[in-house]
Design a protein around this ligand. Structure first.
Ligand code: CP3
Length: 415
């Protein structure tokens, strides 16, 4: 039996596309059944004294899917969801041209993070921040330049440079905690508030190379020429990042994504040694403190790493779009959740093609443990209508109850 029945419907935006809808046999008591995109924005409430434990009473759809619990449809969010392509963000960025200001001022962080929430009602609201944001809080100043992107003024290239590092001072990151608290108040449990960090290897590529690189030659040669130095740096980052994850969870994040964006640049055996070790340590430290918080691991170019990623102990593996979702599911098995993996370029295609691709990916992923997402971030220039359509289509999906009962048997899902 197919997990869907296909009917034709028009989205709330009036697009002429055919959308998968429902044949729902079971009932799920989820809190985030918003009817469609462009619903009116919620009234901003004033921040009251607010404490969030590591898990909440009513779990958002995304948290359930991350844990592999039954859900009526896949939850969806997008990486680089906030900003970049939205007109309201571009206008705000003109007024506040410094990325450091935009990402380190509580009011601006909250406003930008909520822009896609107010426009599209995704199932996850990611904090507007960057993987490099915590660097100054443990001794590594950086800047983001318009053309060059991230710039680290004093790259770490010798043992002597390590002296600049100190334990993470979370007070210096109060704007992250403050913003997460407000975001949690704003969206309640209607959507998951997503925090994120960079994995030690990915952060280290910036700290060693001094910024963006295409070849990773300095850090890759350091693996051989100064392994103790690199190990010391990665260990320092591991402790700082683990503390930072716990801080984000205690401030209100429902779920944390670990971006090892440049882990796919390593040969798999080198990834095991220089990245997996440290991610696994972060997972174990965080699990100890926040056992219920789902952790997602994303690597750009992860086709050669999927099985190895599973060994880190995370709850969800993000797939980029170069891996077929059906292959990914087969390789990872049914005891872990998956996230992804529509090619971001699909959002430039005609809307019916977007609909079809969402249907295909969702069928391949199976009806348990799938968070729908792009295979990487939203691209600059993406039409907002396509993003709205993506979320509209998602909300019209419903898993068939019988396929939930036989969760994730691929042959059943690929009919
Ligand atoms: O893209 C990825 O692979 C995700 C991981 C990642 C982020 N930042 C997360 C992020 C990486 C590798 C970075 C480094 C970084 N920071 C870059 C890439 C440079 C390179 O090496 O290719 C850049 C340009 C920055 C600075 C930055 N971060 C800007 C200008 C912006 C705002 C607009 C934009 O481009 O998205 C960000 C925001 C940002 N970085 C988010 C995330 C998850 C925003 C939260 C979201 O909406 O997803």
């Amino acid at each position: 039996m197919s997990i869907f029945s296909l009917t034709s419907a028009c989205s709330s935006l009036g697009f002429n596309s055919s959308i998968l809808t429902v044949q729902l046999g079971f009932h799920c008591n989820e809190t985030n059944n918003f009817p469609g995109a462009f619903v009116s924005s919620p009234k901003r409430t004033k921040t009251k004294k607010f404490y969030v434990a590591c898990s909440s009473a009513t779990n958002p759809l995304l948290v359930k899917a991350a844990r592999g619990d039954p859900v009526s449809r896949p939850p969806a969010w997008m990486m680089r969801q906030a900003g970049r392509y939205m007109a309201v963000y571009k206008k705000l960025a003109e007024k506040h041209p410094s990325f450091r200001e935009r990402s380190e001022t509580t009011d601006l962080i909250v406003e930008i993070s909520l822009q896609p929430w107010e426009a599209f009602r995704p199932d996850g609201v990611i904090i507007f921040s960057d993987i490099l944001t915590p660097l100054p809080a443990f001794g590594v100043p950086f800047d983001i330049e318009e053309v060059r992107g991230p710039v680290i003024q004093s790259p770490i290239l010798s043992e002597d440079c390590l002296k600049a590092l100190h334990p993470i001072d979370l007070e210096k990151l109060h704007f992250v905690g403050d913003s997460l608290k407000i975001l949690r108040q704003e969206v309640g449990d209607h959507a998951a508030v997503l925090g994120f960090v960079g994995a030690p290897w990915t952060i280290a590529t910036y700290i060693v190379e001094g910024g963006t690189t295409r070849t990773y030659t300095n850090i890759k040669s350091m693996c051989h020429t100064a392994p103790n130095l690199l190990r010391a740096l990665l260990s320092h980052l591991t402790k700082a990042i683990a503390e930072y994850v716990i801080y984000q969870v205690e401030s209100g994040a429902h779920c944390i994504q670990i971006f090892d964006s440049w882990g796919g640049q390593l040969p798999p055996d080198m990834w095991e040694k220089w990245s997996k070790t440290y991610i696994t340590e972060i997972v174990s430290i965080v699990r100890n403190k926040c056992p219920k918080t789902p952790l997602v691991l994303y690597i750009n170019g992860n086709g050669g790493l999927l099985e190895r990623m599973k060994g880190t102990g995370v709850d969800v593996i993000g797939l980029d779009w170069t891996v077929d979702m059906a292959d990914g599911r087969k390789r990872l098995g049914n005891d872990i959740s998956v996230q992804g993996n529509v090619d971001p370029a699909y959002l430039f295609a005609p809307l019916p093609a977007v609909t079809e691709e969402i249907q295909r990916v969702v069928k391949c992923a199976g009806s348990r443990g799938h968070i729908l997402n792009l295979g990487h971030g939203v691209l600059v220039g993406t039409p907002e209508e396509a993003v709205a359509h993506f979320f509209d289509v998602t909300k019209s999906l419903k898993y068939d109850s019988s396929s939930q009962n036989h969760a994730m048997e691929e042959s059943k899902l690929l009919v």
